[in-house]
Design a protein around this ligand. Structure first.
Ligand SMILES: [Zn+2]
Length: 96
């Protein structure tokens, strides 16, 4: 007969190992996305900046540290508010 404490310990061990797997999977996923972003630096990546108050949008060359939701140095000429990175994409290379 298994006691309550033993059952509890078993449950704790199970949930702990499950958590470890989850952390590992998340880590692997993060590594993959980080690798992709490094690749975009070497390519022709474009960052789309948007004003949080109006539809003012500008496009510029991707800079290191850019990620969706990041606050950029550029400002909206109407609101004098820092633009937010709304999109990052790679330009398909034209016939070069
Ligand atoms: Zn604005």
């Amino acid at each position: 007969m298994i006691s309550v404490t033993e059952l509890y310990a078993l449950f704790m061990a199970l949930s702990l190992s499950l958590m470890m797997i989850l952390i590992f999977v998340t880590y692997m996923f993060m590594r993959k996305t980080m690798f992709v972003s490094i690749e975009t630096v070497t390519g022709k990546a474009i960052t789309v900046l948007k004003c949080p108050y109006c539809s003012y949008t500008i496009r510029r060359v991707f800079r290191e540290g850019d990620h969706v939701g990041a606050v950029a140095q550029e400002k909206c000429p109407i609101h004098d508010a820092n633009l937010i990175v709304s999109e990052i994409y790679t330009e398909t290379p034209s016939s070069e």
